[in-house]
Design a protein around this ligand. Structure first.
Ligand SMILES: [Zn+2]
Length: 345
């Protein structure tokens, strides 16, 4: 057994040594690899957090229904941040994204076409982008027939029994600095003049300080005189170059001047607001009035696109006091006074 055991012992020692050497080599190599990695880690910059380019403003793109891209993702993120979009931020321009874009465009006076080009992007990523404005559902005011605004138009004559409640001289009731009164002694209903004062005060606060009240209350006699004066011009041929027949003159006049009894100015609740020396429709004042008059109980009585309902061409300067509860509903729904009053029948 001893003789036989000897070579096995030698072999055993050699194998064991070889194994030890091998283990030593592996151990040393692992150490050196680890050292290399640690060294590299020290010179490799730490990764930044979110990649900044992904959500920045996309450049020179036109995004539309069907677009799939990181830019759509940025768009969705931005729209979500502002409250226009509630869907998934998945980079796919579907119907939900389109609706959000259209809503954003509507609320920022852009073409509401759902196409995201440079113009929409400029506004979306610019300082004027604002959060979604949720308009409450219009609620029709509870009003008795007596509380409804008086209707005066080409077919609804002022009632014979109509009497203004409390006429005041406008310049006495309106603080001096708010507006120029074109005609001394011009009158209007007290309630309407007070609302006018509050409105003009707000306009001044918004930086619009030049206003003129060109017309307020007008009596039937005054209207008759206006009508006849205009008719005379047609009969004399002053307006058209050649004299018109009485029938034609009457018809032409009717297009320009309301017949006595059909003018809102008889109510004492209407004003013509102008800017001296300017075409009112082109002024900032006109824009301001259209946007804000409802807050003070006024409506722009003769609107663009409502000629068939009101019987009058658009008159951006003619405002009518109807009271705030009514002006609010008309503002929210875009109804003309004629259309609004039908809701109470
Ligand atoms: Zn008028």
């Amino acid at each position: 057994m001893k003789k036989r055991g000897f070579p096995y012992t030698i072999v055993g020692i050699i194998v064991t040594c070889a194994l030890l050497v091998a283990i030593l080599i592996v151990a040393l190599q692992t150490r050196s690899i680890r050292r290399t990695y640690q060294g590299e880690a020290q010179i490799t910059p730490a990764p930044t957090l979110a990649p900044p380019t992904l959500f920045a403003r996309p450049t020179e793109v036109l995004l539309r229904l069907g677009s799939v891209s990181p830019e759509v993702k940025s768009l969705q993120t931005k729209l979500k941040e502002l409250g226009y979009y509630a869907g998934d931020v998945d980079g796919q321009y579907g119907n939900g994204t389109r609706e959000a874009v259209v809503l954003f465009q509507q609320q920022h006076d852009l073409d509401a076409d759902g196409l995201v080009g440079e113009t929409t992007l400029d506004v979306l990523y610019g300082p004027l982008a604002h959060a979604v404005v949720v308009t409450p559902e219009p609620v029709l005011p509870q009003a008795d027939q007596d509380d409804l605004p008086l209707l005066v138009n080409r077919t609804h004559f002022l009632p014979d029994a109509y009497a203004a409640k409390k006429l005041v001289v406008i310049e006495d009731a309106l603080p001096d600095n708010l507006a120029v009164i074109k005609e001394a002694g011009e009158r209007a209903e007290k309630e309407a003049v007070e609302a006018l004062a509050a409105m003009l005060e707000a306009a001044h606060a918004d930086g619009l300080t030049v206003w003129q009240v060109s017309e307020g209350y007008r009596t039937l006699e005054e209207q008759l005189a206006l009508f006849e004066a205009q008719k005379q011009k047609y009969l004399n041929g002053e307006e058209t170059g050649s004299a018109l027949s009485p029938v034609a003159a009457e018809k032409e006049t009717e297009r320009q001047v309301a017949r006595p009894g059909t003018s809102e100015h008889h109510t004492g609740l209407a004003f013509d607001i102008t800017v001296p020396g300017r075409s009112f429709a082109d002024t900032e004042q006109s824009k301001w009035l259209a946007e804000n008059c409802w807050e003070y109980g006024f409506i722009i009585r003769y609107q663009n696109g409502k000629e068939g309902v009101t019987g009058f061409s658009p008159e951006p300067w003619h405002i009518r006091y109807v009271g705030k509860q009514h002006s609010l509903y008309m503002e929210q729904t875009g109804l003309a006074l004629e259309e609004y009053l039908l809701l109470f029948e």
